[in-house]
Ligand binder design. Structure first.
Ligand SMILES: [Zn+2]
Length: 342
């Protein structure tokens, strides 16, 4: 037990140091310096509140690190999926269209609302990426043997450049009040509250039939991954689900969208549950979720898959980049069905 406590303490300490080093000197959105950075939520706090119990919710570690007790599995509402890159004024005003239950419920979201979601996704992604990118340096300073640090710096630089470009483009849509810049290919309101919330950018690797959509192993710097955005928003009594992308990305996803549209209504929900566990870590669960779900082995396996790699790519070296024996969407519980509502 003492060893676990020490390990948790060490991991938190390294993470906090990386988080401090990743801080900016001005707000990423308005550029104002000398500000107190806001503790911004990726998934809006009022949505997380809908699935919380006594101010707490379960995080993704319940699945991805199911057997490893050194990871925290629940968190307080104030610290669930937060990032510190913008000032409090921007946090409370910039996202106000989508951080509003009535606007979310209306469906057929306009481009302004979609752009707000995308900007938030990339700000959070950039924050996480900066922290992850700084951890090797901190470990190196503490005497750990870290290899290929220049390579990881270069990857970090390219990623940040990509996120910056995406955010600039979406800001332009908002500031110039541009219309029809996004394509929502699935949006649905369910008349019950599902037990989990997701807001995430995802890069889909393979189509439902296994064909490659984004070649995530491509090393060509000019090849651009195309992102789509997944929202599962449990509201007070109902749930809104959306899958969308900016119009530049639509061509890449044409085949995917066609195969998705051929699924029946329940299969679509089933596939969306799968996408959440396969491609996102920004999933939060109600503590009311059943033990049977928390203990589901296929959900554990799926949450550890990274594209074609099982178990975070850390094991099964002989099977690396092999699409065989990955979890199929039909093998997990369809958590968006009414039977799992809370
Ligand atoms: Zn600001």
């Amino acid at each position: 037990m003492q060893e676990i406590i020490e390990k948790r303490k060490f991991m938190r300490e390294i993470w906090r140091e990386a988080e401090r080093s990743a801080r900016l000197d001005k707000c990423f959105l308005c550029g104002q310096a000398n500000i107190a950075f806001c503790n911004s939520h990726l998934t809006p706090r009022f949505i997380l509140q809908n699935i919380s119990e006594n101010g707490e919710i379960f995080n993704f570690h319940n699945f991805s690190f199911h057997d490893d007790v050194s990871f925290d599995t629940k968190c307080g509402l104030n610290n669930s999926g937060t990032f510190r890159f913008i000032c409090c004024k921007c946090d409370s005003t910039y996202f106000s269209d989508y951080e509003n239950e009535n606007n979310i419920k209306k469906l057929n979201w306009g481009s302004k609302l979609c752009s707000q979601i995308i900007i938030k996704n990339f700000l959070s992604r950039m924050h996480k990426r900066c922290i992850d990118g700084l951890i090797p340096d901190i470990l190196l300073r503490r005497g750990f043997d870290i290899q290929n640090i220049e390579f990881s710096h270069e990857l970090l630089r390219l990623d940040i450049k990509g996120y910056n470009g995406e955010i600039r483009y979406q800001k332009g849509i908002i500031e110039n009040n541009l219309k029809n810049k996004h394509y929502i290919f699935f949006q649905k309101r369910l008349n019950y509250k599902v037990p989990f919330a997701v807001q995430s950018d995802i890069v889909i690797h393979r189509n439902i039939n296994g064909d490659v959509i984004n070649d995530v192993y491509c090393m060509d710097e000019n090849y651009k991954m195309r992102t789509m955005h997944l929202c599962i928003f449990p509201l007070k009594q109902e749930t809104v689900i959306a899958l969308f992308m900016d119009k530049f990305s639509r061509k890449r996803y044409d085949k995917f969208i066609r195969s998705f549209q051929m699924l029946n209504d329940n299969e679509k929900l089933h596939y969306i549950s799968y996408l959440a566990f396969k491609y996102s870590e920004d999933i939060f669960f109600s503590p009311l979720i059943s033990k049977e779900i928390i203990d589901n082995e296929n959900l554990h396996k799926l949450s550890r898959e990274t594209y074609d790699d099982k178990n975070f790519g850390g094991a099964y070296v002989d099977e690396l980049h092999s699409p065989n024996n990955l979890v199929d969407f039909r093998q997990i519980p369809n958590l968006l069905l009414p039977q799992y509502h809370i």
